[in-house]
Design a protein around this ligand. Sequence first.
Ligand SMILES: [Zn+2]
Length: 215
Amino acid sequence: MYDTIECPDWFAQWVVSYGRAFGISAELTDTMLRIWWPAFHMARFVEADFTRALPALVGAENPPNWPREHLGAVNRALRAAKDQRTRRAPEPSGSGRPEARCAWCGGDGWVSVPHPKYLANGEWVAPHPTVTPACTRCDRGERSYQAHCETAAAERRPGPMTIDQYEKLVGTAWAEIVARHEQAQRLMARAVSATDGIDRTPNLTRLANAFAMPK
Ligand SMILES: [Zn+2]
């Protein structure tokens, strides 16, 4: 099912330019077009990110030689370009929660959702922090929520936010955004493993260039 995502012409062109700059093998080229592209696509890198990334890659102090180095280097350059585009400073925080019965809270009364400040343009932005509003969509969640509200009222502080209030704030698309984020991660993991499988000999063209044209 992954392979049905065809890469656009501009990406094919970019791969040609990349191949010229780094002298990559036909096999790696093919992997880039078929397997890297869906991962990049799901990670929501856009043409402008690739355009910005290429000179950064070519000018890098330690250019990639091995297939797996290529993917790592391209990913880093793309992420930097995307960060610049979306202007988001990364900030560590948040936690995940296990899932079980209730489709929303998994039975523990709290729903793990993207932090509202990290939802931008239909995307959950790195480092993907979460918040946990109370689930009011199952009995267990509702009971737990009421108990927390009573405690909070006794202590004269506001009760927890509910999943309904959260959705009023950010909209209902968050679940789809999370699913897309997880799919993007799976695709990138697949791109990494496919690239690791490529011939592990160093890129001789690149090495020859390095000797011929010392910096
Ligand atoms: Zn629930």
